[in-house]
Design a protein around this ligand. Structure first.
Ligand code: C2E
Ligand code: CA
Ligand code: CA
Length: 650
């Protein structure tokens, strides 16, 4: 045979000995099982062979029963020792696979060698010794197959190289008892091979399943770590998030060993929203990251800095209760935020306001400290944007007053403390009253008079604005019944009323109760209300119009003043904010703006009312600009209805 073909055959056998595709885990498990079983296998082979040599000693030639037997025993012992030694060594996948292949090949080779030896003993001695040979081969093959239950390839190779020639040999001998033994042997081996096969299948799939579970476990562990991180970290700035900030603050407060002063600071960016709108969200993100970097640089490393909202940051740091020092820190923070941010689209200018609360003076719980810092922040934002405010006793009094107001407001409707004042809407040229705007007034015996802007906001926060609206509307409708039919009621709605369809239905029910037509009522909705949810509010105004109400866009020009959405909205009246009237005489630009709005109104066929007319001069200027309807102290101040005499109007 040529050398190349021989090597190819060896390689083919070597590959075949592997026993097919299997995962690395199965290979290692198989190998570990072999380490335990192979020494046992060689022990069986050794004992069986020695007992065969013993029974044939003196009958068969010595070279067979002593020398060859000794050689074979040495082979068995050395293989058993070698495998026993594997227990304490580490094997790579490649090494383990190699040993498995070698085991399969060895099973065949050793089988052939031992078979030849036993067959050579067969020709010596009588029937009893021949029976021992037959018994030896059959019991050894069965023992080997059982030991190799984890390696079907080796079990098969032994069965084919030893078992098959054995059966042929015995049948050829023609002895009926031996033929019966050979038949039994064949049956047992076939059953054993079948068992080996199915045992191996369940063994390898159990190993694979275990591996899959381990893999899933590792994956779950990794996900858990990621989730933990996400749950506590702000994804953009990598600062702590609101949750971990709260945890930190609570832990700090419960650590009674550190009874030192510390401050809780809230930092809110002013003018951040337009950055997103004008420069895009990517630029907004970059500004936030840069803000977090600037703040980190300013604060020492043991300060806890977190991003707790879109453009809101919070900090906890140990600090002496020294107002001047805290103020300096506030100044440093606000100054650093005022430095422009370099973006690809140009420079971005924002500012930031800060509110500080000092532990333990301002509060001793996390909730109270956050609340106080938030109050201070609100003060900073309201009075001087881009500044910082430290929560003080003065603020504590304000809060107390606020909670008194809240308490009293809750009773105001029941105690009939809220009344309506009316301010006429007039024809500027003739002075004729065309309608009345109802304005709420709250009189409290101890708190005095609270401005509507203030108590409406408080009522909104307390969730009792609907109650006030419905109560006032009923009062106004009762008044409307006695007015001449050409005079309408203009009624202010708050954002909560507009958003809630149920409130609007209840308003209609009140009108029906007094049998008045919807066209006697105009609802005033502010520009800021509309902007809070343009889509929803424009649907609502359309529905109100369809029911026959008039809708006025109030305070036009005070907020976002975008002319672009006007055509999208359904409304009948535009109330031009009083801030324009203020500058009318001195500012040509204001005049230009008012003129443009008036022209826009007439082109949309929308009635315009200019609010806040205080002087004759203003009235005349507005008439020149083409304004018809006006409202303001020049004509009438808001007053109870009894102060207006309707005889004149009829
Ligand atoms: P608004 O709807 O813009 O009402 C006009 C405000 O301007 C009234 O203030 C009125 O007294 C004042 N005003 C009228 N003429 C002049 C003037 O010539 N010069 C100046 N400087 N001011 C003038 P008021 O009554 O304090 O109401 C403030 C705001 O409170 C109202 O602004 C309105 O938004 C809200 N409000 C008042 N009553 C109610 C109400 O019943 N429900 C709701 N939701 N809001 C109300
Ligand atoms: Ca109004
Ligand atoms: Ca207004």
């Amino acid at each position: 045979m040529n050398k190349g073909v021989f090597i190819k055959i060896i390689k083919w056998i070597y590959k075949l000995a592997d026993g097919g595709e299997k995962s690395s885990q199965v290979i290692f498990a198989q190998f570990n099982e072999l380490i335990k079983k192979v020494p046992l296998l060689y022990s069986i082979l050794l004992v069986n062979s020695l007992s065969l040599a013993y029974t044939h000693y003196g009958v068969a030639p010595d070279y067979l029963t002593i020398y060859v037997a000794a050689l074979l025993s040495i082979g068995c012992i050395s293989r058993a020792i070698r495998w026993y030694g594997f227990r304490n060594s580490d094997f790579s996948l490649k090494q383990a696979r190699h040993q498995i292949r070698i085991t399969v090949i060895f099973a065949a080779l050793m089988g052939i060698v031992f078979s030849i030896w036993s067959y050579s003993l067969y020709s010596y001695g009588g029937l009893a010794l021949q029976t021992h040979v037959v018994y030896y081969i059959s019991i050894t093959v069965i023992g080997i197959i059982i030991c190799l239950i984890h390696l079907p390839a080796a079990a098969w190779s032994t069965s084919i190289t030893v078992g098959l020639p054995f059966v042929i040999f015995v049948i050829y001998s023609g002895h009926p008892v031996f033929v019966a033994i050979a038949s039994n042997f064949t049956l047992v081996v076939l059953v054993l091979l079948k068992i080996t096969q199915s045992y191996y299948r369940s063994f390898s799939s159990a190993i694979d399943a275990k591996q899959q579970i381990e893999r899933q476990h590792r994956h779950t562990k990794k996900l858990n770590i990621q989730n933990e991180l996400l749950a506590n970290q702000d994804g953009l700035t990598k600062l702590a998030n609101r949750r971990s900030f709260a945890n930190y603050l609570n832990a700090k407060l419960s650590d009674t060993t550190k009874n030192k002063n510390f401050i809780v600071g809230l930092i809110d960016l002013d003018g951040f929203k337009p950055v997103n709108d004008i420069h895009g969200h990517a630029a907004g993100d970059r500004v936030l990251t840069e803000v977090s970097n600037r703040l980190k640089k300013l604060l020492n490393t043991d300060a806890m800095l977190a991003r707790i909202g879109g453009d809101e940051f919070a900090v906890v740091l140990d600090f002496d209760n020294d107002n001047e020092q805290i103020q300096n820190l506030g100044k440093k923070i606000t100054a650093s935020l005022q430095t422009p941010f370099k973006m690809r689209t140009g420079l971005v200018q924002i500012s930031g306001s800060c509110g500080f609360a000092v532990y333990p003076n301002a509060g001793q719980t996390a909730e109270k400290l956050m609340d106080r810092a938030d109050f201070a922040l609100y003060e900073a934002k309201n009075h001087a944007r881009g500044s910082s405010v430290i929560f003080s006793e003065k603020h504590e009094q304000l809060i107390r007053k606020k909670s008194l107001i809240e308490l009293a407001l809750g009773q105001s409707v029941k105690k009939e403390q809220i009344k309506i004042f009316y301010q006429p809407i007039v024809n500027g040229k003739t002075g004729e009253i065309v309608g009345f705007e109802s304005l709420a007034r709250w009189f409290h015996p101890e708190l005095g008079q609270t401005p509507p802007e203030q108590f409406i906001v408080t009522a909104e926060k307390m969730g009792m604005v609907t109650e006030i609206t419905l109560y006032l509307f009923e009062l106004a409708i009762q008044d409307l019944r006695s007015w001449p039919s050409h005079i309408y009621l203009s009624f202010n709605l708050s954002v909560h009323d507009v958003i809630n369809r149920e409130t609007l239905k209840q308003l209609s029910t009140i009108l029906k109760k007094y049998q008045l037509p919807t066209n006697r009522v105009q609802f005033e909705i502010t520009e800021t209300t509309i902007m809070s949810d343009l889509e929803h509010c424009s649907n609502i105004t359309r529905e109100l119009q369809q029911e026959g109400y008039a809708v006025a866009l109030d305070d036009f020009g005070s907020g976002y003043s975008s002319l672009s959405y006007i055509h999208k909205l359904a409304f009948d009246t535009l109330k031009i904010d009083r801030s324009f009237v203020h500058n009318l005489q001195h500012n040509a630009r204001s005049r230009g703006v008012v003129k443009t709005i008036l022209e826009l109104g007439s082109s949309f066929e929308v009635r315009c009312i200019v609010e806040g007319v205080e002087t004759e001069e203003q009235k005349n200027l507005l008439l020149e600009l083409g304004c018809q309807n006006m409202q303001g102290y020049y004509f009438y101040k808001p007053a109870p209805i009894k102060e207006f005499t309707f005889e004149k109007l009829k």
